[in-house]
Write a protein that binds this ligand. Structure first.
Ligand SMILES: Cc1cc2nc3c(=O)[nH]c(=O)nc-3n(C[C@H](O)[C@H](O)[C@H](O)COP(=O)(O)OP(=O)(O)OC[C@H]3O[C@@H](n4cnc5c(N)ncnc54)[C@H](O)[C@@H]3O)c2cc1C
Length: 389
């Protein structure tokens, strides 16, 4: 039986997004219970990368959220000891194009981004080596995004949970939510878990890829689906890759609705030494089986960008399931279909980056303040029942 029986808000899911919701809500003065059926960061947060990107987002609500989140990440990283603890690096991103046509498309994408406040600096092909000395020769050029940054996701979630607890939140790991309790009038009144009930007028669905199941427990439809991705991890190296570097076709892959396999090269160094190589995307349910063709495609793409990687050993690969919503935008905010239910899930391949803004906005709404961003594009009830199929 859980020790804590009532609170102001139950946050379900102790991944990156739930950790940020718990932190900002606790700092706003709410009595928060953070619940996860597993450990902290045991879901997709522990199975992805930690890029905090503006570079891959076109002008619109997701970019606004990324810019807000980037500012909040920088603020958190400036708190004593926290930046180093979560391996925060404001290292910038470089998006490259192999052909003049690809470069022209990149440039036109950057025009809208600049209008939204993104710093996007053109880099001629001959100057790419000034930013990345080991990059392949002969690329047409690229765009440098100094606002892109990185954290180590599991550490980041763990430290945000630590700070949330310091602000008064309670943590209940190994506690599965099995039911969302509702009043006769339909309002939320807490959760039933396998370790007892927690009473609360507010339940925040931060269950990531399982956000659809949690929504269903509250009787509402939210069509979150898993979008599988592999990451290939090299042996530790001295710093050879300085930015997040990826090919222009990555942006199209992220925006694609196809269920079929897509791979585009994404390469980055880490503070710990290994180089992380992505990115694959496919919708194959929760199939965790290893795929040699996918990992081969990742390796081939990475060596095209950084030929020295052909001589480097891969240590391991891992797989995760991005929480995918059909329009590629997360669900953030109150659910009018179940008063007291709030959603903070469906961030697909950007949930680490977007977690801080999401947590901040959820805390603002819970504290009955006007949120810094218009939540209309993120409305959880924007999908039709058929989207769940
Ligand atoms: C290969 C790959 C690379 C990625 N790279 C990046 C990147 O570079 N940058 C970026 O921003 N994002 C990246 N992502 C995406 C990012 O990892 C996710 O968007 C993010 O982790 C989602 O966090 P979350 O907290 O919403 O979900 P999760 O981390 O999955 O947390 C949800 C939690 O809810 C819990 N839960 C579910 N149901 C219940 C229940 N009934 N009761 C109790 N607990 C429950 C689960 O146990 C889980 O811990 C990547 C993802 C993958 C797969």
């Amino acid at each position: 039986m859980t020790k804590r029986l009532s609170c102001d808000a139950v946050v379900v899911g102790a991944g990156m997004v739930g950790a940020a919701c718990a932190l900002y809500a606790a700092r706003a003065g709410l009595d928060v219970a953070l619940v996860d059926r597993g450990p902290v960061a045991g879901g997709t947060t522990g199975a992805g990368e930690g890029n905090l990107l503006v570079s891959d987002k076109g002008r619109g609500p997701e970019l606004e959220l990324a810019l807000l989140s980037g500012r909040l990440w920088a603020e958190l990283a400036a708190e004593p000891g926290l930046g180093a603890a979560v391996e925060y690096e404001a290292k910038g991103g470089v998006v490259v194009a192999a052909t003049p046509e690809g470069l022209a498309a990149l440039e036109s994408f950057a025009v809208g981004q600049r209008a939204a406040g993104v710093t996007a600096m053109p880099v001629a092909g001959g100057q790419l080596a000034d930013l990345e000395p080991h990059i392949a020769p002969g690329l047409a050029g690229g765009v440098h995004y100094p606002q892109d940054a990185q954290v180590m996701p599991s550490l980041a979630a763990a430290h945000l949970v630590r700070l949330a607890r310091a602000a008064g939140a309670s943590l209940h790991t190994g506690t599965a939510v099995t039911e969302v309790l509702r009043t006769a009038g339909g309002a939320v009144r807490g959760v039933r878990t396998d370790r007892g009930d927690i009473h609360s007028p507010v339940v925040v669905n931060a269950a990531g890829t399982w956000g659809s199941e949690l929504a269903a427990l509250a009787g509402v439809n939210l069509p979150v689906l898993p979008r599988r991705g592999f990451v290939l991890v090299t042996e530790p190296l001295p710093r050879m890759v300085h930015h997040k570097v990826y090919a222009a076709d990555y942006v199209a892959d992220v925006a694609s609705d196809s269920a079929a396999l897509q791979t585009s090269p994404v390469v980055e160094g880490t503070a710990a030494g290994p180089v992380l190589i992505g990115a694959s995307r496919e919708r194959v349910g929760f199939d965790r089986s290893f795929s040699l063709p996918v990992v081969r495609a990742l390796a081939a793409g990475a060596t095209r960008l950084f030929p020295f990687l052909a001589q480097v050993r891969a240590m391991r690969s891992y797989v995760g399931f991005r929480p995918y919503l059909p329009d590629h935008l997360p669900a953030i905010g109150p659910d009018p279909r179940a008063p007291g239910l709030f959603h903070a899930c469906g961030h697909e391949g950007a949930g680490i980056g977007l977690a801080t803004g999401t947590g901040h906005l959820i805390a603002q709404v819970l504290a009955e303040k006007t949120p810094d961003l218009d939540l209309a594009p993120f409305r959880p009830d924007r999908f039709l029942a058929k989207d769940a199929l």
